[in-house]
Ligand binder design. Structure first.
Ligand SMILES: Nc1nc2c(ncn2[C@@H]2O[C@H](COP(=O)(O)OP(=O)(O)OP(=O)(O)O)[C@@H](O)[C@H]2O)c(=O)[nH]1
Length: 327
């Protein structure tokens, strides 16, 4: 029944613009009949909350782990459940199911995990976001980027407003010269080209199954007595302390005086302005920190007064993703 359903794996390193691209795409009329599955390495569903503001498309969550390491069974189950629910509702098959993988995910294991779904007849495409401002520098440290680019049918260069795409283009060309390239400055045109394009349906033969041994996924929660200023100071200190070892910060923080909950995110040490999400009052406060070569004990030192509690991420993902916890 799903012979015409396309499975799009939206890959790309931490903070490279996957959610933004997807939200831009979901605003377009041609995105109708799309289902979205969101995978977060951390336990806070930030991307799901952002995408949920896009409308009424079905969204399923695979949180608390990296879909390439520990959640492949959940992925198969989730796709089946989406398809069956659609059938039960008497609706035509989805045109596409988009999986936004966590920024640490490697496409190879994800694609392999889809084997039990062969009877559904899904066609598969990999769209990889490549951050013009960071990819070339990060690729030296993280082979996740290389595997994500190598597997891509389509490579979408993001953040061309922040940096020239030259270095990212050269990187992508050296790894995967066959992929279709999307080099649009206009975000709507970029999203349209990313999801409508049909690149070669190939996958590089050298997918790696290795885990992510240098990367820690940690969670910060604030104590009751922490003021708004304490929260802001802590984030500033965190960035200064970690420097280029800080890869991604995302989560929700509460303004104690008003109860307002704001979305906070940074790529590297560059924080975006905080924004309120509609319906955000009910979101749980907490911030996921993804860092390289740092453990929970290191980050605890950022705030010795214990206004911020740092916990190591030790759930299912930790078994396979080897979240580093020096603490
Ligand atoms: N200037 C600029 N910022 C962008 C662009 N695309 C995304 N961003 C910003 O980059 C940050 C990360 O974007 P996301 O879309 O959340 O990235 P992501 O790949 O989904 O992040 P993870 O899910 O954590 O891996 C956000 O602050 C975005 O607003 C772009 O084209 N230009």
């Amino acid at each position: 029944m799903t012979a015409t359903t396309e499975f799009i794996l939206l890959a790309g390193f931490l903070g490279s613009g996957k959610t933004s691209l997807l939200v831009d795409w979901l605003a377009l009329p041609e995105a109708a009949h799309t289902a979205v599955i969101v995978n977060e390495a951390g336990e806070i569903d930030v991307d799901g909350a952002i995408i949920a503001t896009s409308g009424t498309i079905p969204i399923a969550m695979l949180a608390n782990g990296c879909v390439c390491c520990s959640l492949t069974n959940d992925l198969v189950f989730t796709i089946r459940a989406l398809v069956e629910e659609r059938e039960r509702a008497g609706l035509p098959p989805f045109r596409r199911i988009v999986l936004e993988a966590s920024g640490l995910s490697r496409p190879g294991p994800i694609l392999r995990s889809l084997a039990p779904l062969a009877p559904l007849g899904l066609t598969v495409r990999i769209v990889t976001t490549c951050d013009a401002s960071q990819a070339a520098r990060h690729a030296e440290h993280f082979d996740e980027i290389t595997t994500q680019l190598a597997a891509a049918s389509t490579i979408v260069f993001t953040k061309p407003d922040l940096a020239s795409t030259g270095a990212a283009e050269a990187l992508a060309a050296s790894i995967n010269p066959l992929a279709l390239r999307v080099l649009e400055r206009d975000r709507t045109a970029r999203a349209r080209a990313a999801f409508s394009a049909t690149g070669p349906a190939h996958a590089a033969p050298w997918f790696s199954d290795a885990a992510h041994p240098r990367i820690a996924v940690l969670r910060a929660s604030f104590s009751e007595s922490a003021t708004w200023e304490d929260r802001l100071d802590w984030m500033e200190d965190l960035a200064a302390f970690c420097g280029d070892r800080l890869l991604r910060v995302k989560g929700f923080i509460r303004r104690p005086q008003t109860g307002e909950v704001l979305l906070v995110q940074a790529v590297g040490t560059l924080f975006s302005p905080m924004t309120a999400l509609s319906g955000g009052q009910n979101l749980p406060e907490g911030v996921v920190i993804i860092a390289r070569d740092l453990g929970a004990s290191d980050l605890r030192a950022v705030n010795p007064d214990a206004l911020v509690l740092i916990s190591s991420y030790r759930s299912r993902a930790a078994l396979a993703c080897a979240a580093v916890d020096a603490g």
